[in-house]
Design a protein around this ligand. Structure first.
Ligand SMILES: [Fe+2]
Ligand SMILES: [Fe+2]
Length: 270
């Protein structure tokens, strides 16, 4: 029987975009047919072996060009940035299940489903981008997203705190505002794509919260102070608000965590 980790390694170590999408959907299909083992047989490759396509060129956030949604070019460049976020999200989901072993079957199933949904999100946005006259890779993209994975490669609780419960959770704050803007412009297609993605992302953050809380309790750690400590240790800078309390609560944040985040985001020296 083929192993889930073989698929994971192939997906992480191919720079070929089409191959990555095909393998991701094939793995989720095989898992649903009970045709994939999750036995830990091969050693785990170092995170530096992860391969990315030659394009887009990756730049530090400060060098990213500014976007203006009042021009067609600005809208296309926003969707290019979103395509990149979804593309890296495929890697992040795969790496979550590849790098951390010996966990319950449900852990692997949850993150494989996330990888499959991220591949769908990427494909949806890339198609939209093509309709707008642009191909993924035509513009430079944000270099920082994968750094969070590199910094937490040997710490599962930190990975869960930073990737689903910080980066993906940020999507819950900003996407409703983007949807409102496209609604006001009468751009129904952009609204439909972003609404679909937002629904899935609530689920991804909820999966992150579930595993973060479950694994903390298993290790006799109190989840809320552990989250605070990991954020301060592993997240460069501070998470930005305003936070979407309603959606974050659906996605497994506690009101105490949100109150702490709001205070933390506004203090200069914590
Ligand atoms: Fe996504
Ligand atoms: Fe996601």
């Amino acid at each position: 029987m083929k192993s889930l980790f073989d698929y994971a390694q192939s997906c992480l170590q191919t720079y070929d975009i089409e191959q990555k999408l095909i393998l991701t959907h094939a793995a989720w299909h095989a898992w649903q047919c009970d045709a994939l083992s999750y036995t830990d047989t091969q050693p785990i490759a170092d995170i530096h072996f992860t391969q990315f396509p030659a394009r887009p060129i990756l730049l530090p956030p400060k060098q990213m060009p500014k976007r203006n949604l009042n021009s067609a070019q600005g809208v296309a460049s926003l969707f290019h940035a979103l395509a990149h976020i979804e593309f890296i999200a495929i890697y992040l989901a795969w790496d979550m299940l590849y790098r951390f072993r010996g966990l319950p079957k449900q852990f692997y199933q949850d993150w494989l489903k996330v990888a499959d949904e991220e591949a769908q999100h990427f494909a949806l946005i890339r198609e939209h981008l093509r309709d707008l006259g642009m191909e993924y890779g035509d513009l430079p993209a944000h270099q920082g997203l994968w750094e969070h994975a590199q910094n937490t490669a040997d710490n599962l609780l930190a990975r869960l705190a930073i990737v689903p419960r910080c980066m993906e959770a940020r999507g819950l704050d900003v996407t409703p505002l983007m949807i409102e803007k496209f609604n006001a412009r009468g751009d129904a297609k952009s609204v439909a794509i972003l609404t679909r993605i937002l629904q899935d992302e609530v689920g991804h953050v909820a999966i992150g919260s579930y595993w973060f809380n479950t694994l903390c309790l298993e290790q006799n750690l109190a989840p809320e102070p552990t989250y605070q400590q990991l954020l301060q240790q592993f997240y460069k800078g501070k998470p930005k608000g305003p936070f979407n309390r309603e959606m974050r609560i659906i996605a497994g944040f506690s009101t105490a965590e949100l109150t702490w985040l709001e205070t933390y985001a506004h203090t200069s020296n914590f």
